[in-house]
Design a protein around this ligand. Structure first.
Ligand SMILES: NC(=O)c1ccc[n+]([C@@H]2O[C@H](COP(=O)([O-])OP(=O)(O)OC[C@H]3O[C@@H](n4cnc5c(N)ncnc54)[C@H](O)[C@@H]3O)[C@@H](O)[C@H]2O)c1
Length: 407
């Protein structure tokens, strides 16, 4: 009070204008809540942005825990009911970092309340929910609101570079897309029955968790949707100790008693693209020794690309147009300034990590909001992935019968 008011969007006299704020409200404060917080906290300090993200409010159900999370991660205020968060008129964008059973309800309410939405993957637990979300996102776009799904592995510089090289024709006609996503945190049969192991909370198991990522990535890189799939799924450990309290990410404690695992532990499937390219996928939480091994290889007429998330600064490229005498896979260290996202970061060779994908995701979304441009992956993209997951489940129920993906 008493100070002359600055016109909105300007700094001190002579200084560059301050971009208008983009006020974020985030629901969920555990694994993805921490990762998204890191992204929102960092993005404006690294990238030049047309809107300035403000970490306005974080939401969880436990008042003390969410207050502690707000302080730890740098959020201005805390809410204990997502409905109250969505109703606040000082929030422009709702970021959903909760399990899949609440994605549809929160996203639909946020879009109805005039907010932009970022929703973690998988978009929903069922195709029906995803259809409603995609339709609501279309209607909201007509009102100037945007919606995006958090398939953050598109935002690893090496996978973004792979997409660029494929678009430039460096692989030519694509023949094979081979993707696996291997983890091992569930191999202990005493690991408790957290929400990830119950269908009513997670929709499916390794399929919706890891499989959703690799289906999205494969389709993004191939530049086309899968036409159909043949699948096997398995639940190796069917009963587990009940959880002894709230879990966070991939850690949990157990209590007395056991309960039934109602999702898959692993999914293996093949797929066909309309172009004729063949794809294979494996998603498992039982690959002993593999921690977060999202691996892909694409083979085209003119060359191949290979990537492993456990070595995420590297992209391997074989140029099949070179003479056999000296061709072969070579390592591209994806840290050059003209590689995707890299100009804003460190000198060449000073690599990035997992967390940076969330800053890149935030960057791309902020630009899309400022430009009124639909961000990718859209809710329609999330719905299409959901349809692939549903086709995988249907095929697995029929002992691998080839099942078309609904258009
Ligand atoms: N993009 C990725 O790489 C990635 C990685 C892990 C998880 N995910 C996705 O992120 C989402 C969350 O997973 P996570 O690992 O962070 O789970 P988590 O168990 O670590 O955290 C879930 C959070 O949601 C909160 N929550 C649950 N129901 C709520 C409700 N009704 N209202 C308010 N808060 C609620 C919990 O209190 C907790 O804070 C899932 O959709 C998951 O598939 C994405």
């Amino acid at each position: 009070m008493g100070q002359p008011q600055q016109p909105e969007g300007t700094d001190d006299e002579g200084a560059a204008p301050t971009p208008p704020p983009l006020r974020i409200g985030m629901v969920g404060y555990a694994f993805m809540g921490a990762a998204h917080s890191q992204g929102w906290r960092t993005v404006g300090h690294v990238f030049d942005l047309p809107r300035r993200p403000v970490m306005t409010a974080i939401c969880g159900r436990d008042a003390a825990a969410v207050r502690a999370a707000a302080d730890r991660h740098g959020w201005e205020t805390a809410e204990t009911d997502w409905r109250a968060l969505v109703a606040r008129d000082d929030i422009d964008l709702v970021d959903i970092c909760t399990p899949g059973d609440s994605h549809a309800e929160i996203a639909l309410a946020a879009l109805a309340a005039g907010k932009h939405v970022l929703c973690e993957k998988p978009l929903a637990n069922t195709v029906e929910e995803a259809e409603a979300m995609s339709a609501a996102a279309d209607a909201a776009y007509a009102r100037g609101q945007l919606a995006m799904v958090g398939f953050n592995y598109r935002r690893v510089p090496a996978t973004a570079l792979a997409r660029r090289m494929i678009t430039e024709g460096r692989l030519g006609t694509l023949r094979h897309v081979r993707v696996t996503y291997l983890q091992d945190w569930l191999t202990d049969p005493q690991f408790p029955l957290t929400w990830r192991l119950r269908k009513e909370h997670a929709g499916s198991g390794a399929l919706g968790d890891l499989g959703a990522h690799i289906v999205d990535l494969a389709q993004y890189l191939a530049g086309e949707p899968l036409a159909g799939v043949s699948a096997l799924t398995e639940t190796f450990v069917r009963h587990r100790p009940l959880p002894g309290g709230p879990s966070s990410g991939l850690t949990a404690v157990s209590a007395d008693g056991t309960g039934e695992v109602t999702v898959d532990d692993a999914a293996v499937f093949t797929g066909r693209f309309a172009s004729g390219a063949l794809a294979s996928f494996e998603a498992t939480r039982y690959a002993t020794g593999r921690k977060n091994a999202l691996r892909l290889e694409l083979n085209g007429e003119r060359g191949s690309l290979a990537f492993d998330l456990e070595r995420l600064n590297e992209l391997w490229f074989h140029d099949a147009t070179e003479p056999d005498t000296h061709s072969g896979f070579r390592r591209i260290l994806v840290t050059e300034p003209d590689h995707p996202y890299l100009a804003a970061w460190w000198p060449p060779g000073h690599g990035l990590g997992y967390e940076h994908t969330f800053a890149h995701q935030a960057r791309d979304l902020v630009h899309a909001v400022a430009e009124g441009r639909r961000p990718e992956p859209s809710f329609a993209d999330g719905l299409q992935v959901q349809r692939v997951l549903a086709a995988v489940e249907e095929s697995a129920e029929k002992n691998s019968v080839y099942t078309p993906v609904a258009a």
